[in-house]
Design a protein around this ligand. Structure first.
Ligand SMILES: [Fe+2]
Length: 242
């Protein structure tokens, strides 16, 4: 297959815990291309007190990497951001300025693993009726969802749930693996992505794709890695997978 769309990756270099320089960034891009991805989004972290690169630094890294990729004959990177649910995010939400994919309606977010923000379903619903599409990164990582996947179902009514491919094969831990598989088998996950941080993540990501292929079939691979990511970019919440 191939033609996959990656909505979560950290190949933009020297900005966060992803690629450290342009050489490593190129290796990471080549790695995901070999796995079948052809439309790539870079999603550097936006997390107060940890990784909060400014827009100028992000644009500069992207221009440099895209220049290198042009020489390689590779695809150009689209831009997204991984917004941590903190005071900066909440302020940006108030101002209607949440950094998003291609400055469009869909935006990626993550929350702290131990505690789901109170009232998150209502907040996501409000964003949705304003025409935004929240996209929750690695839902399998959050304790509230690990304990009760019904929580994912509630959140998934207003947000797309984007599972990390490497989690499916256990690279992020047992609870994450079990929950990722439950979300996929239950049709609750809307899409999957690499969340690549280093070139050595390739085999674990490949194993996640292979698991979907083996247990859910080729149609599910296409839905989760091509069709639904494209719908998400258009600001539409995909229908539950049957
Ligand atoms: Fe990430």
């Amino acid at each position: 297959m191939g033609g996959y769309v990656d909505l979560h990756a950290h190949h933009l270099f020297a900005l966060d815990d992803g690629a450290e320089d342009v050489t490593v960034a190129r290796e990471m891009v080549n790695c995901v291309i070999e796995l079948g991805f052809s439309r790539l989004y870079a999603t550097p972290h936006q997390r107060s007190g940890m990784f909060l690169p400014g827009r100028d630094a992000i644009d500069e890294a992207r221009a440099t990497l895209n220049g290198a990729l042009r020489i390689d004959g590779g695809p150009q990177l689209g831009l997204g951001f991984e917004n941590f649910w903190d005071e900066i995010f909440l302020r940006r939400m108030q101002e209607g300025k949440i950094p998003s994919y291609d400055d469009g309606p869909a935006f990626l977010f993550e929350v702290t693993t131990q505690l789901m923000p109170s009232g998150i379903e209502d907040t996501l619903f409000n964003l949705r009726i304003q025409g935004k599409l929240p996209v929750m990164a690695h839902p399998e990582r959050y304790v509230a969802i690990q304990k009760d996947v019904a929580r994912a179902e509630a959140i998934g009514r207003s947000a797309a749930l984007l599972v990390d491919l490497a989690a499916i094969d256990g690279a992020h831990g047992k609870a994450e693996m079990r929950t990722a598989r439950l979300l996929l088998q239950g049709g609750l996950a809307h899409a999957a992505a690499t969340d690549i941080h280093r070139p050595t993540d390739g085999p674990a990501i490949a194993a996640g794709i292979a698991w979907i292929q083996k247990h859910l079939g080729s149609d599910a691979v296409r839905t989760l890695l091509v069709e639904n990511p494209l719908q998400i970019l258009a600001g539409e919440l995909p229908e539950p997978r049957q």
